[in-house]
Design a protein around this ligand. Structure first.
Ligand SMILES: [Zn+2]
Ligand SMILES: [Zn+2]
Length: 211
């Protein structure tokens, strides 16, 4: 006997669970979505690899992530860096895997290789254990939220599927220049001023005006 107020719902989308999954934490569509977001991060063409590439324009080598930049990094450039470095995407996912292994009574997971290899390993392992987590893990909605956020942040930092977020800066002439964090420079059509990348990001952000 289950009344509406106590009928089990998915911890993520809060829709009622199907009969065969009443004891689960998360419904099937939510579990599938997490799986897709995890797999989008991994592999040679995944978001994490593209994130690392975006830190090394013109360099195809898998060298260290943080060294050797020829110019001082612009503040807006720090976002992909902090996502790609230790402590970013890889560490967040490894922290979840450690938690899952703990709950399952497994040994502490091992990490091998560079950060890309570790990312691929941890994603593979989380995907294997995801069906268990969807059934049993009390914090599955927090996990889903963090995976979705990592994916969004990586997409925003790499240009992703939707492209980098556009925003406006104000030329001293009063014109608004539409740019993204990847704009190499910009020409003001009204007054003719030419801005290189650094000058562009020194301009004042435009306030969003109601249309
Ligand atoms: Zn759901
Ligand atoms: Zn101008």
């Amino acid at each position: 006997m289950i009344d509406d107020a106590t009928a089990p719902v998915c911890a993520i989308c809060h829709n009622a669970l199907y009969e065969h999954e009443l004891t689960h934490q998360a419904c099937r569509p939510c579990t599938d979505r997490i799986d897709q977001q995890l797999s989008a991060l991994a592999g040679p063409d995944g978001l994490y690899a593209r994130l690392t590439d975006s830190l090394h324009p013109g360099s195809g080598s898998g060298g260290p992530v943080v060294s050797g930049s020829r110019t001082a990094p612009l503040p807006l450039r720090l976002d992909p860096l902090s996502l790609a470095a230790r402590g970013g995407v890889v560490t967040v996912l490894q922290t979840w895997l450690i938690d899952w292994h703990d709950l399952l009574g497994y040994r502490h997971p091992r990490w091998d290789g560079d950060l890309q290899q570790q990312l691929d390993q941890v994603v593979g392992r989380l995907r294997v254990l995801l069906p268990w987590a969807a059934e049993e893990h009390g914090a599955i909605s927090e996990f889903a939220g963090e995976v979705a956020q990592l994916r969004r942040q990586c997409e925003a930092a790499t240009g992703g599927e939707r492209g980098p977020r556009r925003f406006g800066v104000t030329c001293p002439c009063g014109a608004t220049l539409k740019i993204t964090i990847e704009s190499p420079g910009k020409h003001c059509d009204r007054c003719g001023a030419q801005y290189d990348r650094r000058a562009l990001f020194d301009l004042q952000l435009s306030e969003r005006r109601a249309a």
